[in-house]
Ligand binder design. Structure first.
Ligand SMILES: C[S@@+](CC[C@H](N)C(=O)[O-])C[C@H]1O[C@@H](n2cnc3c(N)ncnc32)[C@H](O)[C@@H]1O
Length: 229
């Protein structure tokens, strides 16, 4: 059974409090040289969608499940003032933190929204890139989410979904740590490709990432989808 919305919110509130106590970056692979360290230490994933996408001037980018915005800031630092970035998260405290960092570093071209996805609160054909960094597995209705992602992408735009693609569900949703620490709700590479292709005409490629701490049998990486129609 999937964790409910309140369980997800409570869990990530706790993660933020823990990070604040420890003041450490929980992602050893985040490119700390590219953004101020107090932004980098909020990254909650070991993957990095922007490794697979060169940010360009004028790009319009959306990060779904952005947390405190580490990847949004990375996109802003790699782009220029014409690059426009939106980050959305369900947890109010994470969005408040992202807004504090935005004010501190005067990043006027990022907007953070506290909202529950889906729906995606933007008009159709709007974005060059929609990225998700370790949040896709948390969505129960993946077809609906993908429908929304492809709706807001313009033709030629890309969705980059960095996550576990090892199918997993834990029987007991009370074991929230299992769900959230181990990417419960993830679906396999082939299932993802079938599902996404049934929702939209796309070109799709999976790039597997090998990292030393990833358990044997776990497939993680980048699902890269280009909207071609
Ligand atoms: C593993 S964290 C990753 C955060 C961020 N992408 C990063 O790499 O630091 C997953 C995030 O997805 C958010 N999330 C989960 N379900 C959501 C939903 N339905 N709508 C918006 N955000 C959601 C959570 O609040 C959490 O911040």
């Amino acid at each position: 059974m999937f964790p409910n919305r309140q369980q997800i919110v409570d869990y990530y509130r706790k993660v933020l409090e823990t990070n604040d106590r420890q003041l450490i970056c929980c992602n050893p692979f985040f490119p700390v040289e590219d953004v101020p360290i107090d932004i980098a230490y909020h990254s909650l994933s070991t993957l990095q969608p922007l490794l697979k996408y060169p940010v360009k001037s004028g790009d319009c980018i959306l990060d779904i499940g952005c947390g405190a915005g580490a990847d949004c800031f990375l996109a802003a630092y790699r782009g220029d003032p014409q690059t426009k970035i939106y980050g959305i998260d369900i947890v109010e405290e994470l969005i408040s933190r992202a807004n504090e960092l935005k004010a501190k570093y005067e990043m006027e071209n990022i907007e953070f929204l506290n909202s529950v996805i889906p729906p995606i609160p933007f008009e159709s054909d709007h974005f060059d890139l929609v990225m998700m960094n370790y949040s896709f597995h948390l969505f129960e209705d993946k077809a609906k989410l993908l429908g929304e992602i492809f709706r807001v992408l313009h033709k030629g735009g890309k969705a980059i979904i960095a996550d576990s693609f090892t199918p997993k569900e834990f029987r007991d949703s009370n074991e929230i740590e299992n769900w959230l620490m181990s990417a419960g709700g993830a679906i396999g590479v082939d299932s993802f490709k079938r599902l996404a292709s049934s929702v939209q005409t796309i070109a799709i490629e999976f790039i597997r990432e090998e990292l030393p701490h990833i358990p044997e049998g776990e497939t993680i990486g980048y699902m890269i989808c280009e909207k071609i129609e």
